[in-house]
Design a protein around this ligand. Sequence first.
Ligand code: MTE
Ligand code: MO
Length: 334
Amino acid sequence: MKFTRNPRYQDLRNEVADEHAFFNRRQALRAAGVATAGIALTTGVACSEPQQGGPTGTSAGSAHPKPGAGIEASPTKWKVSDDTTPEDAVTGYCNFYEFGTQKTDPPRYADAMTVSPWSIAVTGMTDAPGTYTVNDLVDYDALEERIYRHRCVEAWSMVVPWVGVPLAGIIDKLKPTAEAKYVEFETYLNKDEMRGVRYPVIDWPYIEGLRLDEARNELSFMAVGVFGKAMPKQNGAPLRTVVPWKYGFKGCKSIVRISFTDKEPRTAWNKANANEYGFYSNVNPNVDHPRWSQASERIIGGRGFNPRRETDMFNGYEAQVAHLYEGMDLTKNF
Ligand SMILES: Nc1nc2c(c(=O)[nH]1)N[C@H]1C(S)=C(S)[C@@H](COP(=O)(O)O)O[C@H]1N2
Ligand SMILES: [Mo]
């Protein structure tokens, strides 16, 4: 593993601004000005969706553990050689724009989110549509711990000990039809609990998606916890996906809907800026973001002065996933 350090007098203008919504944020601020002039912003998109899950769903007996409660998980072969990121960095430096675009906004404000009871609507091309509780989807007696690399498109990274179950098992349980080619995930949306959704940084609700063969890959994970505890709200309680060979935004937090489709999902960041955020978004040091290099990454919570490491193809998971993209031009399908 090669590590490089920033030069001592680093030019801060060249440091990634930690904002993949850089331009959108300016739009948001402008829109906020408009809002004070009395024009309502459209943030209630999902509220008109009859099959919306989340805390307002119909689940009665959901008994998944509260955020922060201890949960037991078996160790697995999924480990990395680099240090695990300190817990306070994982839970204190977050992207969850529904609570604000600063890294400290989610830890500060996500407490307002109701995460129990919780339900997940399963829709689209499936033989098992309906409303599920977290416990319907996740067997808390079969939790695994997987220590994965976590690489944000903003060129920072962590090493995170997620707790959860393989996504493949959940997909099987939800019986996509033979025609289904993609799975789409949707995040909870509640403008009273999520102060960030007053700003149209993206077109809420947050949507992510995967090709079904990607979702069934052995690495794809539905996480319900981290550091041996039920998922903190700011990290996407009660359940969120983790797709470690892709940029972090491909993981969808606080999931209220899982839908199967034969069309490539229109994902939130792709809709916001297709030129910068492709559907695949595989970690790739050879394909730069239009506004910054992806060749290396800043290690969050790392020891020393702004430690960096070189970014690995598919975030170090080439052996597990390269076959999924055989014959594809990854500079076009970025
Ligand atoms: N609903 C929702 N999911 C989201 C985001 C978000 O803003 N909203 N941010 C994404 C991004 S950019 C990253 S890097 C990861 C961050 O996860 P973490 O805060 O647990 O490290 O969540 C992803 N999932
Ligand atoms: Mo990210």
